[in-house]
Design a protein around this ligand. Structure first.
Ligand SMILES: NC(=O)c1ccc[n+]([C@@H]2O[C@H](COP(=O)([O-])OP(=O)(O)OC[C@H]3O[C@@H](n4cnc5c(N)ncnc54)[C@H](O)[C@@H]3O)[C@@H](O)[C@H]2O)c1
Length: 263
């Protein structure tokens, strides 16, 4: 997606190369940013690094060239060490860090009484703990550097009580609070921390669920705008909060949901 943003010279790290992450990565690169992408899925990394000679899914080190490059690093973000090392590698490739976007996540829909420990622990690790581990490592670079923009992908599920969403909702509520405390601690150092909260958006995360009989229509009926979100709906909100123009906004959850949280 082409944008009018100018991120020339910006060094960005994006965790998550799925539907929303890849739209953000494309927009940042098109706007001139050098981007390092973290994901465990080689196919997703190949997809976001596919365009142009400067894009590289190798993840084996080396330095980046001119602006607008995208480099993928294959990493499972469910351990503190992996997150710490991934940030160290990304900062090494980029020569610093200006923007971090956390767009990694997963869901598993079932009632609380049918949710085993394994599901709870997996969602907490991917959705919430990776946000803490990566955010802490990113803050260790941005705070001493005196500037930075951090944007988390939260969800309307962090506010509303959707049935069958207990672990997912808990991790998104947790991301909101993690984000607010980071925002307060890092504001004196020129680092802003915010979240963008999408409503139901058409990506791999929701594809199977929306394909269930009648599900799409019932989900659309809950949205005043009359449709589900598309990955490109999140690009403007994420890039705005990543921009120099958003310097005095911190600790906020920006709902990009077609009005879903109004009803
Ligand atoms: N799609 C929606 O309806 C929706 C709504 C609200 C919030 N969100 C949030 O937006 C963010 C992006 O979601 P999406 O729709 O692009 O999802 P997606 O499934 O398309 O992409 C998620 C990406 O995370 C990666 N990932 C998962 N586990 C990982 C791990 N352990 N290590 C490394 N990478 C891992 C996957 O490989 C995938 O590329 C998530 O935080 C999600 O919770 C999505």
């Amino acid at each position: 997606m082409k944008t009018t943003w100018n991120f020339t010279g910006t060094r960005a790290l994006v965790a998550g190369a799925g539907g929303i992450g890849s739209a953000v990565i494309d927009a940042l690169a098109d706007a001139g940013a050098d981007v390092v992408v973290l994901d465990r899925d080689a196919g997703q990394l190949a997809e976001v690094t596919r365009t142009g000679g400067t894009r590289d899914a190798g993840g084996t080190g080396g330095s980046l060239g001119a602006g607008g490059t995208v480099r993928g690093l294959s990493v499972d973000l469910t351990s503190a060490d992996a997150c710490h090392d991934a940030v160290t590698d990304a900062v090494g490739f980029l020569g610093g860090l200006d923007v971090f976007v956390h767009a990694v996540g997963t869901n598993d829909r079932r009632p609380v009484l049918e949710t085993p420990d394994e599901v709870w622990e997996r969602l907490v690790a991917i959705n919430l703990s990776s946000g803490f581990w990566l955010g802490r490592a990113v803050g260790n670079v941005m705070v001493p550097g005196g500037h930075g923009r951090v944007v988390y992908l939260s969800s309307v599920s962090g506010l509303l009580a959707h049935r069958d969403h207990a672990p997912y909702a808990a991790t998104k509520g947790g991301i909101n609070q993690l984000m607010r405390v980071m925002a307060r601690e890092w504001a004196p150092h020129g680092v802003t921390v915010n979240a963008v909260a999408p409503g139901y958006t058409e990506t791999d995360l929701t594809r199977a669920y929306l394909a269930e009989p009648g599900m799409r229509a019932s989900m659309e009926a809950l949205v005043p705008a009359g449709r589900l979100g598309r990955p490109e709906d999140l690009v403007g909100p994420v890039l705005f909060l990543s921009s120099a123009e958003a310097a005095f906004i911190t600790g906020q959850v920006l709902y990009a949901d077609g009005g879903r949280t109004l009803v």
